[in-house]
Every structure is written in structure tokens, then in C-alpha cells.
Design a binder for this molecule. Structure first.
Ligand code: ZN
Length: 488
């Protein structure tokens, strides 16, 4: 139940009121004061039950909010993506665990996020077709999808026309590589926004929302045209931007002097509550972030208990005494892909994880990346390792793991960021020979445009590559299981 004491008031992180003085495209004849409440979630990342949040608590919190604000007819519910992936439960069910709870909340619109494609195009289609709401993304095309992805929609709420323009993350291509993702096409937001907005304005909406799986700040590594601050300046017709992806809680920020931006954090710990007050030609917007922590989770029949049990079941043959388990990842990649070498990187905070059960193994490798085999000449391989070393040097939170290769470190200070493994079976790279190397599919996509050379190799048909069916997490599990009584 909602606590009405001071503690709860403290949880409302921020609230502000904006008066949009009669800047409007047409004169409304409706003089009655009307209110519409927008409820926004994002980056739920398949968290069903969490200490501070989760979908079951969110369902209870949203239900109460809807009741207090005049019911579904006066509330607009939008989720801004990254729903299906992110937990052990999400991975085991390929996102399915989230679907019934999401439908129970009765969202109006879902904007896909980058991680919603992680299980591949076919899974994305299967999952989104089960959602009982509109899928909105003007900058996304998915091949062979039956239920249509629409660019925008006008919702009639409390007699007012609220337009929602959806945009998925425009940089998916820099993270996902392989057959699974063929037939998914995204473009920068600005490329489609002008045309979409013209269509929307033709319908004379009372309020325009841009709902994007995109944070307020975008790294310079990515293509231009999706920076939301610039978009707010260029498209003053947009009243409200619902952001996502950065996992930040931004309870209300004014962009370009008139557009309100909100972002509700992640893991269903918060939702954004935006009240729009319409009176004559004026629109007053007040925003806040509401915590779901204090709510009692709703009861639902799902597989969560079975999955919890599996998550906590112990992994045999594992010892953390001598070396971190992550050191085994390139060995597992190399062994099952049958390559001469393997290169991968891992976040330093995962590096030292104690691995006891299946849940820990998921935490070590939380993504659905596959092993890709690439064939490179000695010269190309030398260049690639050099680029990997530069990447790790610039990306301070990552460690590079290399198995099977001898690298010239003359000009490099040895740090804990680089681990050369299997020192006694190393290969001395010769320029004229061709080598088989196992890499991660995420790296092949360019690791968020940090590994441009590998991205180039990934797109170059003259460079031989084989996409294996080996998922890196599964390869590691198999490797651990085979090596009985292992101490490493
Ligand atoms: Zn995201």
C-alpha cells in the first residue's frame, strides 16, 4: 500500500510545474479544464521482483495511480523499451516472463529498445505480437512482422488528442551482429521526425509526445541526428519527451525553453507521472518520479519460483580460489569454435565475481552474444590486437582477455586491464599466415563503435567469417562442466 507519510513525500525526487503560455497552433473551443496523466516506464530489463522495484510492484503502483487519476480513459501508459532482457529469468524464457505482467498493467504503447532485439528478430516478432498494445517506432523496420509497427498514434484521453511519436534506439547496428538480426533496420531520429511530425500536426493534436529509447546525452561515437537536446530546439512543436536507455532518473528537465524531458530510471523501480492540465489554450505540465519500492507485489501465476530455484542451483566443479572464472571465457570460445586464438573483453566489475550458481554465471555474461570465427592474415591480426589494446586503454572499466596469442608489448605498460592467457601455447604471429580467431558478436558489430576495424571486417565480404551457434555463456558453462575437479 502507498505510504502517505513524509517518507513517501521524500521519495518523490523532484516535481516541477511548467506553464506553457499560449504557444499553440490552433485555437481550442474547449474552455473546460481537463487533465490527462501520462505514466511512463522504461528499461524494466525483465526484473520481475526486485528489492526496490520489479514489474509486480510496478503493476500495483500503476494500478493505484490510474485509480487516483480518473481511470484508463484519462491516463496514457507508455513503456519506452528494454523490457525483455536483463535478468536470468528473462534469458531463460527469452523474454516471455515479462509478457503477462506487462499486459496486466494495460499499457497503451510500447517503444522497442535496443535490448529488445537481443534474442534475435524472430523472438522480437514473437514477443511484440503478444503485447496487447501499440508498438510505436517511426525509425524502425522489421522484416516479416505481422502486427504492424506504427510510427505514431493519437490517443483520445479525457476528450484531448494526445499524439505519441515513437523512436527506437538508432544505434542498434553498433551492438548487434549476425544472421539473427538481419531484417532489422533503424535510422537516426531526425531522419524521419520531420515527415512524421507533419503527419501528426495535420491531425491537430492537443499535445505531442516524443517517446524514444534514447537518453538525454548521446556519445559522439554514434551518428548524428538523434541528440534529443538538438531535437527539442529544432522541433518546438513537441511538448514532452519521454526518454530511456541511460537508466538515469530525470524527474523533469526543461529543454530549449519549452519542451519537458523525463526519464524514469530502470528495473521498474520508478515510473514517471506527468500531469497535463488543459485550460483554454494553455497547457500546464507537472512531472514527478514515483518510487514503486513500498508497494506490495501483485500476485500472478508465473514460472518465477521455478526459475528462482534454477538460478540458485549450484554449479559443480567450480573453484574461485586461484583465478577468476572470467579467465576461462576465451578458452571456452577457442575450444568450441576450434580456433587458434580467442579475444574478448569483460567489465572489470564482473571480473572478480564469485561464481557459485547459475545466477552468478548469468551476472558474469548477461548478454546473448555468440562466438564468431574470423580468419585474418598475420598482418590483419596484429592490427586488430593493436586496436583492441587501444580500445581497452580508452575504456577504463574493461579488461581484455586473450587466449592463444603472443603479442608484442614493447610499448605497452602492463596493467591489470590486459590478460594474456595460455602462455605456454602461444602463437607467434607471422604476417604471411592466416589465423582463425574467435571473437564476440558484440565486438564484431563494433562494440558500440569502439572497435571500428573489427566492425569493418564484419561488413567486408572478402574477410572470411563464420557465425557459430555457440552462445558465450553456454560455452563457458560447458567448459566448466567438462573440466571436473578443476582448480584454476
Ligand atoms: Zn537501451
Amino acid at each position: 500500500m502507498l505510504q502517505t507519510n513524509k517518507k513517501f513525500k521524500l521519495r518523490i525526487l523532484f516535481s516541477f510545474v511548467l506553464i506553457a503560455a499560449g504557444i499553440y497552433l490552433f485555437k481550442s473551443t474547449d474552455t473546460r479544464e481537463r487533465q490527462v496523466t501520462v505514466i511512463q516506464t522504461s528499461d524494466i530489463h525483465s526484473v520481475v521482483i526486485g528489492k526496490k522495484g520489479g514489474m509486480l510492484k510496478l503493476a500495483a503502483a500503476v494500478k493505484k495511480c490510474i485509480k487516483e487519476n480518473g481511470g484508463y480513459d484519462k491516463c496514457l501508459l507508455v513503456d519506452c523499451g528494454d523490457l525483455f532482457q536483463g535478468t536470468f529469468e528473462g534469458a531463460e524464457t527469452k523474454g516471455q516472463i515479462t509478457v503477462p505482467i506487462f499486459n496486466k498493467i494495460q499499457f497503451d504503447a510500447f517503444i522497442p529498445g535496443n535490448h529488445d532485439f537481443d534474442f534475435g528478430r524472430k523472438s522480437f516478432i514473437k514477443l511484440t505480437e503478444q503485447l496487447n498494445c501499440d508498438i510505436i517506432a517511426a525509425n524502425l523496420k522489421v522484416k516479416n512482422i505481422c502486427s504492424k509497427i506504427i510510427p505514431w498514434k493519437i490517443y483520445k484521453k479525457n476528450g484531448k488528442k494526445i499524439a505519441v511519436i515513437g523512436m527506437t534506439n538508432p544505434n542498434i547496428d553498433y551492438w548487434l551482429w549476425g544472421k539473427r538480426y538481419k531484417g532489422i533496420k533503424v535510422v537516426p531520429i531526425e531522419k524521419v521526425l520531420r515527415k512524421t511530425l507533419t503527419e501528426v500536426l495535420d491531425r491537430k493534436p492537443d499535445f505531442i509526445i516524443l517517446a524514444a529509447h534514447q537518453g538525454l546525452y548521446q556519445s559522439k561515437r554514434y551518428p548524428k541526428g538523434s541528440n534529443l537536446i538538438n531535437i527539442a530546439w529544432k522541433f518546438p512543436q513537441i511538448d514532452l519527451i519521454l526518454g530511456a536507455h541511460s537508466h538515469k532518473t530525470i524527474p523533469g528537465k526543461l529543454l530549449a525553453g519549452r519542451t519537458v524531458f523525463v526519464e524514469p530510471g530502470a528495473y521498474a523501480e520508478y515510473f514517471s507521472k506527468i500531469k497535463i492540465n488543459f485550460k483554454n489554450t494553455k497547457k500546464r505540465i507537472s512531472t514527478r518520479i514515483v518510487s514503486t519500492a513500498a508497494y506490495k507485489p501483485i500476485k500472478m501465476n508465473n514460472k518465477i519460483n521455478v526459475l528462482e530455484k534454477l538460478k540458485n542451483s549450484k554449479l559443480e566443479n567450480i573453484s574461485n580460489k586461484d583465478r577468476p572464472v572470467c579467465n576461462l571465457i576465451p578458452f571456452a570460445m577457442k575450444r568450441y569454435a576450434k580456433t587458434q586464438a580467442a579475444i574478448c573483453s569483460i567489465s572489470k566489475n564482473r571480473n572478480k565475481l564469485r561464481i557459485k550458481n547459475y545466477g552468478d554465471l548469468f551476472k558474469l555474461i548477461p548478454y546473448e552474444d555468440k562466438v564468431i570465427v574470423i580468419y585474418l592474415t598475420g598482418q590483419e591480426l596484429k592490427l586488430l590486437t593493436k586496436k583492441y589494446l587501444e580500445y581497452i586503454k580508452n575504456c577504463k572499466y574493461k579488461t581484455l582477455l586473450i587466449a592463444g596469442l603472443q603479442i608484442d608489448y614493447k610499448n605497452l605498460k602492463k596493467t591489470d586491464s590486459i590478460k594474456l592467457l595460455s602462455k605456454n601455447r602461444k602463437i607467434f604471429i607471422r604476417n604471411d599466415k592466416v589465423y582463425s580467431v574467435a571473437v564476440n558478436s558484440f565486438d564484431m558489430a563494433g562494440a558500440g563503435n569502439r572497435l571500428e576495424l573489427l566492425r569493418k571486417f564484419g561488413k567486408d565480404n572478402s574477410v572470411k567469417k563464420i557465425e557459430t551457434n555457440i552462445f558465450i555463456r553456454k560455452a563457458l558453462l560447458k567448459f566448466i562442466n567438462i573440466h571436473k575437479c578443476m582448480r584454476f
